[in-house]
Design a protein around this ligand. Sequence first.
Ligand code: ZN
Length: 89
Amino acid sequence: MKIICKQGHRRNQMFEVLPENQGQTGRHKCAGCAYDLGKWHAMIGVPKASDDGVLADLAESQASYVRHKDAFTAYLMGYEHGLKLQNVA
Ligand SMILES: [Zn+2]
């Protein structure tokens, strides 16, 4: 079953900076969900994923800013932010 992300973060302008993705797994995945996953991984100490296979179970997105953005780049961005949050805490 295809899951389509309905969360508000798909309209987050933060994701406008992400590169377009024209091919890989990340293309149809929600960059917002990928960002959240990366941040979560950093905060709970999961090693940073090395490829976009980590995104396989995420919801897909068809709308707005995150459409066709590189979700794996969003994951990496979330991971970096998660590390910063961890250092502050
Ligand atoms: Zn999402």
